[in-house]
Design a protein around this ligand. Structure first.
Ligand code: GRF
Length: 294
């Protein structure tokens, strides 16, 4: 059940726990406040039952919405619950529905290797009018991902380290191309601050382990799986997260996991992880950009 909720809300285990705490505390607090208000108003056993019900219901229906936001703030979950409230207020007719988007999101996929994730994403959005894979950015002229780009007629950009790390040239170039989001799918260079500032909360990365464990500098590719097996972990998985200034520390959007058998090698773990990456990465991108489709 918890796994289902995690998938539905696209949150990790800790965030799910904080969300459930918010619901639990809000429920008790609303009941408490509602009783206090009823007493304060002076309702007693002689008051008409209908009045009592009306007051209680108003507190439950309207008060609850404010209380949950206040409580969510305490648990650090305001953003999640504000989105949740927006949906409710829209359904109740208090907020206007957003005008449907007609301009597509334009994605640049950054990759350094063979590009199997890039390919899955390209295939997934092939017929999607609102999401266009506009560019493949790569730091290695020999990388297989460039062939994939060619097969799909997607523009490529091979970058050099000095320009990438020391100038804003590539940020400007992406902006000029109308790129709205950056997807890191096996991209091995650290994204410089100028690019993170230019695309704040618009850069996603996939990491082949369950962050915050087995992340950080030097933890990429086979190093991750070797460390996981060496540590005797019984499970591993994948993490999709926003990218900030620190390696693998941006907000977690989604995680999924698989069991590790005692006989599994690092290669076995890598294979199991990649199945999840291919299955989940495109869907998570879609659910962020096209909320209605989730
Ligand atoms: C993936 O396992 C990804 O998690 C990691 O690099 C790998 C890229 O594989 N960051 P591919 O190039 O998409 O096949």
């Amino acid at each position: 059940m918890f796994n289902k909720l995690q998938q539905k809300w696209k949150v990790g285990g800790i965030q799910l726990f904080l969300i459930l705490c918010t619901f639990a505390v809000t429920g008790s607090l609303t009941a408490f406040i509602s009783e206090r208000i009823t007493n304060w108003v002076g309702f007693d056993e002689n008051t008409l039952f209908a009045w009592k019900i009306l007051l209680r219901l108003s507190i439950l229906i309207f008060g609850y919405q404010f209380i949950i936001l206040a409580v969510s703030f305490v648990f650090g979950q305001f953003r999640f619950f504000w989105n949740y409230e927006k949906k409710i207020l829209t359904k109740m007719g208090f907020m206007k529905r957003k005008a449907p988007k007609t301009e597509p999101f334009k994605l640049a996929i950054f990759a350094s290797g063979k590009g199997s994730n890039a390919e899955k994403i390209i295939q997934y959005f092939d017929n999607e009018k609102l999401v266009k894979i506009s560019m493949i950015v790569c730091n290695n002229p020999q990388a297989g991902v460039l062939d994939i780009a060619k097969q799909h007629n997607i523009k490529t950009l091979v970058i050099d380290k000095k320009t990438f790390t020391q100038t804003e040239e590539y940020v400007q170039l992406l902006k000029n191309e109308g790129i709205t989001h950056i997807i890191l799918a096996g991209f091995l260079w650290k994204v410089p601050e100028t690019m993170i500032n230019g695309y704040r909360n618009k850069i996603l990365n996939i990491h082949p382990a369950l962050l915050p464990n087995f992340g950080g500098k030097g933890m990429y590719g086979h190093f991750v799986h070797e460390a996981v097996v060496k540590a005797g972990e019984r499970e591993s998985g994948i993490t999709i997260h926003f990218v900030n200034e620190h390696y693998d520390e941006g907000g977690i959007i989604f995680q999924s996991s698989f069991p590790i058998l005692p006989t599994d090698s690092a290669e076995d773990v890598a294979k199991k992880g990649q199945i999840l990456e291919h299955r989940d990465f495109p869907k998570v991108i879609a659910s962020l950009l096209l909320p209605a489709s989730s």
